[in-house]
Design a protein around this ligand. Structure first.
Ligand code: 5RP
Length: 292
């Protein structure tokens, strides 16, 4: 075993050391990008807190009119004061959002399956770069299925979008997908997030997991955390807090906001954690007082 001599096998995430290549820009891994990229990333990540509250309402692209999103035209105006970024499809954005609103936009550009399919991992890039430019979006979101049947297609989709986005200074958000039969371990999320960042995505969306601080340390771009299935509000706020404590630069929640009985208050409470450093308990008390 001579060739194993001197081989480092233990990983060391240097958790006490901050990211060393930030320069003086507030978005991780973006110090060397050009002005247009930085401008768009600054519409997503608040330059003061460095963080973001994204509202994911792109579920209709494969789930149709999911509960809570039947009338996005009525829901969005209530949420708008409490969020930084809308993450949606071009159909939802163009039809139901007034173009004069002053928030960031994360445009979902991959699609190709529906709830009727067992395997959701086969997708294509469904939006032309010209349309993303016309809509003046702040990033393009691509779902990435690592370890699934459609891995090659989704890596191809991600790479195409990164290539096109780089041409026009539009950042790419890589979204870690969790299919029915896919693992949800920290090893899996660490693998998927690092692959997505290495392929050139500027932001990675994933789920909260064990050893989340290690996942964050090993990912050279900002992590935003998905909400996942609806939890009790107290639990969802605690998960949001743990995510920010672990180094996430934001939340990109859907169902935990729009399936709450009080979506606006829930979004506002998440904002308290993300931008004002509330603990999960403080945010829960804030939510409870607001909804009494
Ligand atoms: C997966 C997504 C969705 O936007 C994501 O699932 C967020 O929604 P939720 O918080 O309800 O899980 O990116 O395609």
């Amino acid at each position: 075993m001579a060739d194993l001599e001197g081989l480092k096998v233990e990983k060391n995430y240097h958790l006490s050391e901050p990211f060393a290549a930030d320069g003086n820009f507030h978005v991780k891994g973006a110090a060397n990008l050009d002005w247009g990229m930085k401008k768009r990333l600054s519409s997503i990540f608040n330059p003061t807190s460095g963080n973001t509250v994204m509202f994911a309402f792109d579920h209709g692209y494969f789930m149709g009119s999911v509960s809570g999103l039947e009338r996005i035209d009525l829901l969005l105006p209530k949420l708008m004061p409490h969020i930084d970024v809308l993450m949606g499809t071009r159909g939802a954005l163009r039809t139901s959002v007034k173009p004069g609103f002053r928030k960031g936009v994360a445009l979902r550009v991959s699609s190709g399956s529906s709830m009727l399919n067992d395997d959701l991992s086969h997708e294509v890039v469904a939006v032309d770069i010209e349309d993303a430019i016309r809509m003046d979006v702040d990033c393009m979101a691509v779902q990435v299925f690592i370890g699934a049947e459609g891995q090659l297609e989704s890596i191809d989709n991600l790479s195409k979008v990164i290539n096109m986005g780089s041409r026009y200074s539009i950042p790419t958000l890589g979204v870690v997908a969790v299919g029915k039969n896919m693992e949800r371990t920290d090893q899996y999320f660490k693998l998927a997030t690092r692959i997505i960042a290495e392929l050139g995505a500027n932001i990675v969306k994933t789920y909260y997991c064990d050893k989340f601080d290690e996942l964050v340390a090993a990912c050279p771009v900002p992590i935003v955390v998905a909400g996942g299935k609806k939890l009790a509000e107290k639990e969802a706020l605690e998960m949001a807090y743990q995510s920010i404590q672990g180094g996430a630069r934001g939340l990109d929640m859907g169902r935990n906001i729009f399936q709450s009985y009080h979506p606006a208050e829930m979004a506002e409470s998440i904002g308290k954690i993300v931008h004002e450093r509330f603990t999960g308990k403080e945010a829960w008390e804030f939510y409870r007082d607001k909804t009494k």
